[in-house]
Write a protein that binds this ligand. Structure first.
Ligand code: PHB
Ligand code: FE
Length: 342
């Protein structure tokens, strides 16, 4: 399959990538799934598992864990820094090209010198990942949904779920609700209040703008907006002020990736509770366990990786700084890996 595309980065700047993206497939296996090749990496799946191999090793992951991570890597245009699918496989975003790695950020694989890393133009890896996500996602399985709100990822190939895997990604240019920008959610737009948020008030603020400023003053009920999210672990840009992006999200069960930071990010727990495992970004050594309850604020340093556990659906505000100069300033030591001196 050859596609020519221009990628619109969903978090950082705009990635202009016009390339011939060649997706290399392997014929369908007895379970009905295509195989994929990306450089020297090979990917296949069967009823329960995804198998990944490279010249010096191989790895196996549960199909549902893999698809949930793959969905986010694709939808977030490879996100900020590192998206670990688990402790072995993942991607590093260089904002224009992307590393695919196996064992690179795992002390055991590194010391055994069996880790592997290849770099691809963003459009090439994205086209391959999109084709894999499409072929391996069965009818009734929604990789963005909580386990309680979706069908199974398992079994032989059974249809597809294109609507779920190509959802509109909310990226407000100014703010949700501003004329011409991302709209509010309602029953009419197909966003019903989630079962865990039935107690969230749905009233909207009154706006009394000075004459002539009607198009410039906006306000909305963020809690009501979030109560109507139909996805989990999927930060949306609901407000942007230059590089400062407010990316709230609703969470339930486990963040399907382990995010390795290339900059500091702030978390504000808006409701309920999330437990975070924090590890050294490069080795996976345990650094901290953070329990965040409603009202708690924390900053994740730029040299860690983290994965969250949300016992019930909860609301989290992720505050990102999209300044494209940050990764180099931090890795060269010109900026610290932490946000404030107390
Ligand atoms: C993160 O990696 O910081 C992250 C990703 C997705 C979420 C929340 C946090 O839903
Ligand atoms: Fe993160």
């Amino acid at each position: 399959m050859a596609t020519t595309e221009t990628d619109q980065a969903t978090f950082g700047g705009t990635v202009e990538a016009t390339v011939e993206a060649q997706v290399e497939t392997v014929e369908r296996n007895p379970e009905g799934y295509l195989g994929f090749k990306l450089g020297e990496f090979e990917f296949s799946r069967d009823d329960y598992f995804v198998y990944i191999s490279w010249p010096t090793g191989s790895h196996v992951m549960s199909a549902d864990t893999f698809l949930k991570a793959l969905q986010r890597d694709v939808a977030w245009e490879f996100f900020y820094g590192i998206v670990n699918f688990d402790g072995v496989i993942g991607t590093v975003n260089h904002y224009g090209d992307v590393d695919l790695f196996a064992g690179r950020y795992n002390d055991g694989w590194r010391k055994a010198e069996l880790d592997h890393l290849e770099n691809f133009p963003t459009a090439h890896i994205k086209a391959t990942f999109e084709a894999m996500l499409d072929d391996w996602t069965n009818e009734g399985f929604d990789p963005f949904a909580s386990p309680d709100e979706t069908g199974t990822a398992f079994g032989p190939k059974n249809g597809s779920n294109k609507a779920a895997i190509t959802r509109h990604r909310v990226t407000a240019q100014r703010m949700v609700g501003v004329p011409g920008d991302e709209g509010l959610r309602s029953d009419e737009t197909g966003h019903t209040v989630n079962r865990h948020f039935l107690d969230v008030p749905q009233d909207e603020p009154e706006i009394h703008a000075e004459q002539g400023f009607e198009g410039d003053v906006a306000a909305f009920n963020l809690f009501a907006y979030l109560s109507r999210s139909d996805v989990t672990w999927n930060p949306s840009v609901v407000a942007a002020c230059k590089d400062s992006l407010a990316c709230p999200t609703t969470e339930e069960y486990i963040l399907p990736i382990i995010h390795g930071n290339d900059r500091v990010e702030w978390f504000v727990q808006l409701s309920d509770k999330i437990i975070w495992d924090v590890e050294d970004r490069d080795t996976g050594t345990v650094r901290a366990k953070v329990v965040m309850k409603a009202g708690d604020v924390c900053a994740m340093p730029a040299d860690i990786r983290h994965q969250g556990y949300s016992p019930k659906r909860s609301m989290l505000l992720v505050w990102e700084n999209a300044d494209s100069e940050l990764p180099a300033l931090i890795s060269s030591g010109k900026l610290p890996t932490y946000p404030v001196d107390l």
